[in-house]
Design a protein around this ligand. Structure first.
Ligand code: BGC
Length: 246
């Protein structure tokens, strides 16, 4: 099946048509920069631009950075509060002209890593974490997803822990890779107390530079970088569309 996957991030919307059998993009991904926070109208215009770029009228899977219950957007940490509690599938459907299904962005990225990337064939408990503007989390057991897990929102000194350990914090605070990884290790220690995964996959843009930080990571579980890089969100949004259709 071919689905247009759109990955909604804190700094850009990215999308491409995806072959859900192979996990391959069928064209170079199209990226539209957004403001931070991103007003709803601007985000929907970005989604429209991606659909138009590919002259797309078919199914659209959107990976969105919040809890998604049904088609409803939940609390939004990093995009802007004006998105909250809206019917996201209807909004994106009007914007793109396609039939839209909406999923949490980390759940979508996790699905892609489990099917085509670092989690392929893993039957135990696998935790996918995406380190970007925020921190996303997706937990799998025997290949099945437990959706809408929000480990990035674990309270840490009165704030969500993603404001302490995300990749954006490293840049904003100009932390060395070592300093930042110490923060990630604290986060992993909390997470391991809560769910004891056998494998942790670390994704997000930083997964492309794992030679800089992986050596400093300390955890009980085996930790590996995501393999699909930035495409995981796009491929996963398309896969999730197909899974939800079953
Ligand atoms: C959101 C999550 C999302 C993560 C990564 C967090 O702020 O609450 O739903 O998965 O950012 O984008």
């Amino acid at each position: 099946m071919i689905v247009l996957g759109i990955d909604v991030g804190g700094s850009a919307f990215k999308g491409a048509p995806v072959n859900t059998k192979t996990g391959r993009l069928l064209g170079e991904r199209h990226r539209v920069e957004i403001d931070s926070p991103c007003p709803t109208a601007q985000g929907l215009a970005a989604a429209r631009a991606i659909a138009r770029h590919f002259d797309w009228r078919g199914p659209v899977g959107v990976g969105f950075p919040s809890v998604i219950l049904g088609n409803q957007i939940g609390v939004v940490g990093n995009l802007g509060r004006n998105w909250e509690h809206q019917n996201g599938a209807a909004l994106f459907g009007r914007a793109t002209g396609g039939k839209v299904k909406l999923f949490n962005d980390a759940d979508a990225a996790g699905l892609a890593e489990m099917k085509f990337g670092a989690g392929k064939g893993q039957q135990g408990s696998v935790l996918m974490l995406t380190l970007g503007t925020g921190i996303g989390s997706a937990l799998f057991y025997r290949g099945r997803l437990m959706p809408n897990l929000e480990f990035g929102h674990i309270p840490w000194h009165g704030h969500p822990i993603e404001r302490f350990a995300s990749a954006a914090v490293r840049k904003r605070r100009d932390l060395s890779w070592f300093e930042w990884t110490k923060r990630v290790n604290l986060f992993l220690a909390v997470v391991e107390r809560l769910c004891s995964p056998e494998l942790i996959i670390l994704g997000g843009g930083v997964s492309k530079k794992s030679e800089k930080w992986l050596k400093y990571i300390k955890a009980r579980a085996k930790v590996v970088p995501a393999r699909m890089g930035n495409d995981a969100g796009i491929v996963g949004a398309a896969l999730a569309w197909e899974e939800a259709g079953r």
